[in-house]
Design a binder for this molecule. Sequence first.
Ligand code: GRF
Length: 166
Amino acid sequence: MIVCMASGNGSNFEAIVNAGVKIDLLVTNNPKARVIDRALNLQVPYVVSKEEYEFCIPKSTKLVILAGFMKILSKEFVDEFSIVNTHPSLLPSFRGMHAIRQSFEAGVKITGLTIHWVDQGVDTGPIIAQVPCRIFPKDTEDTIRQKIKKLEHVAYPEAIKGLLNE
Ligand code: GRF
């Protein structure tokens, strides 16, 4: 069983499904998340749980895919499942919630995305793949966010397919 967890927009969730990865279940903690509409359109079963989301993951789950999931997971959960995430910076730089703003404010000329295993820390797990993204003088926080998303929509499904074929 492959489960995706998302809290918001869900564009990565959609890209993963459209790339042919069979997501058996979407779990969200946010009843207003746009990802719910996407799940309905893509005919992926979903469950909403504001607090008990960890208990919605079946024991038989082979891979948990985080796609903009905004809650910190418990140690027990992280120990039990294989969990993958995509983060919008070149880790270990700019961990945490505001990676794109921090990259922009730091004035770095190259940023990117990191696909990584999830461990107990915040954005500290072993790195699976990285894709760079250049920042030009005309870029804003918003254009960087858009460029990274576009790259994620290709790289994240590919990385997941690779993990599932291992
Ligand atoms: C992605 O940009 C990812 O890097 C971060 O959360 C964002 C989710 O975007 N972890 P979306 O909901 O898939 O559009």
